[in-house]
Design a protein around this ligand. Structure first.
Ligand code: NDP
Length: 449
């Protein structure tokens, strides 16, 4: 682990001690604190330790029971979470995750990351995150609906367009957002479009929201390539996951001239040297809710599935981890470095372990962190809120152009901040410091709240 500034070391120990067992949250806090040493030295007023301490403590944490009936008439009980982390810049904003691994430590790591990510977009949104240990996999549409209705029956009282605005994440797509929005509307008797983002296009959603995180990830990498006189043309790319972020990252890489030769799900990875057929992948994953083995069966030919090894063994120029936290280990990183990978950009939240990040940095691989790379999703959610507030809807091309511009600005903000703090080319330092200074400035202006 990198050494922390002595003032921050004591703070980190306090956070770890106050939040026992929440290892992902500790990891996320540590990662941000490693970048803040130069800010403490240069701007002791802004980086007042009390401000950083306040940032590490959520404004509000909500944990609740979610009872629902399965198709056999059995009572099922899940646990629901919403962590409203920081609202200095705007209403709490961040997705809901439905996955059996969800517990408070995961929601807090995601909510903490979200503060800096949302700040980096330059838009008026605070940070929060939520979810449940409910597993939608293998559940019928009716079961998912009953779960979502029960989840919203408790959560609705904490939400609102000026208060807290959730969106999707792992296991939560347009179907789940629809069921939750419907229940909120029913309970409150208000068609309050701006209280939830990721809505369908016919009921208040924005063009490009579905594509935004994946497209934004690739726009960010394109900026990295352009800054060194390169492009995606001819580049071989490996993407992990085959969900929302992965699918649209693959689509955009192909449209910019690169080839994605492998992707994965929790059962293994698929390799297709001709390039992943993204329309087929969408049909299998988005419509049929199938597995990567279904892709290989339908595609035939040279495509193959590997179930017992990591997707990171596939040699590539660019790696885009787009599945989940801590999916790239130190050994995976060494394998990527040995096979000549030049750029690693996190489409998912914190997919690279600290060991992996250290290995990339030492080997000179360009590494870009999720809070900058995948910020296009939440930025487009903010664009959805803008359209809802003005009762307007923009075209696909207009919205995509705005997304590309936002990603360009985030990229440039990371680089200029890294330069300003004497760490040229360090996207981690740039993202953390730029995200932190905007929030800290607002927190100081708002007084002790
Ligand atoms: P999806 O549920 O659409 O897809 C997740 C993908 O990752 C699936 O292919 C899933 O495989 C795989 N996956 C999930 N958990 C694991 C695991 N423990 N091990 C291996 N594979 C796993 O989620 P998203 O694409 O929306 O989200 C992916 C990542 O991007 C997350 O880190 C999320 O926080 C982040 N993100 C998402 C945003 C969005 O707008 N959706 C915005 C910003 C960040 P399987 O189906 O087999 O479980």
């Amino acid at each position: 682990m990198t050494d922390l500034h002595h003032k921050l070391q004591a703070l980190y120990e306090e956070v770890a001690q106050r939040n026992p067992g929440e290892k992902e949250f500790h990891q996320a806090v540590y990662e941000v604190l490693t970048s803040l040493g130069p800010v403490v030295d240069k701007h002791p007023d802004l980086a007042d330790i009390a401000v950083i301490r306040r940032l590490c403590e959520p404004e509000r944490q909500i944990i609740f029971r979610v009872p629902w009936l399965d198709d056999s008439g059995n009572v099922q009980i899940n646990r629901g979470f919403r962590v409203e982390f920081n609202s200095a810049l705007g209403p709490f904003k961040g997705g809901l995750r439905f996955h059996p691994s969800v517990y408070l430590g995961i929601v807090k790591f995601l909510g903490f990351e979200q503060i800096f990510k949302n700040s980096l977009t330059g838009l008026p949104i605070g940070g929060g995150k939520g979810g449940s240990d409910f597993d939608p996999k293998g559940r019928s549409d009716n079961e998912v609906m009953r779960f979502c209705q029960s989840f919203m029956t408790e959560l609705y009282r904490h939400l609102g367009e000026y208060t807290d605005v959730p969106a999707g994440d792992i296991g939560v797509g347009t179907r789940e957002i629809g069921y939750m929005f419907g229940q909120y509307k029913r309970i409150t008797n208000r068609y309050e479009s701006g209280m939830l983002t990721g809505k369908g296009l016919t009921w208040g959603g924005s063009q490009v929201r579905t594509e935004a995180t994946g497209y934004g990830t690739v726009f960010f990498v394109d900026e990295i390539l352009q800054s060194t006189g390169q492009s995606f043309e001819g580049k071989q790319v490996v993407v992990s996951g085959s969900g929302n972020v992965a699918i649209y990252a693959i689509e955009k890489v192909h449209s910019l001239g690169g080839t994605v030769i492998a992707c994965s799900d929790s059962s293994g990875y698929l390799r297709d040297d001709k390039g992943i057929d993204v329309e087929l992948l969408k049909e299998i994953k988005e419509i049929n809710r199938g597995r990567i083995t279904d892709y290989v069966e339908a595609r035939g030919g040279a495509a193959q599935v590997v179930t017992d090894r990591s997707v990171w063994e596939v040699p590539c120029d660019i790696a885009l981890p787009c599945a989940t936290q801590n999916e790239v280990s130190g050994e995976d990183a060494i394998q990527l470095i040995k096979s000549g990978c030049l750029i690693v950009a996190e489409g998912a939240n914190m997919p690279c372990t600290p060991e992996a990040v250290k290995n990339f940095e030492e080997a000179g691989v360009t590494f870009a962190p999720g809070k900058a790379v995948n910020a296009g999703g939440v930025a487009t959610s903010a664009l959805e809120m803008q359209q809802n507030a003005s009762r307007d809807s923009w075209t696909f091309d207009d919205t995509e152009a705005r997304l590309a511009e936002i990603m360009r600005r985030i990229h440039d903000r990371c680089l200029s901040t890294a330069d300003e703090y004497g760490q040229p080319g360090n996207y981690v330092a740039g993202a953390n410091i730029a995200g932190f200074t905007r929030v800290a400035d607002a927190m100081l202006a708002l007084g002790l709240v």
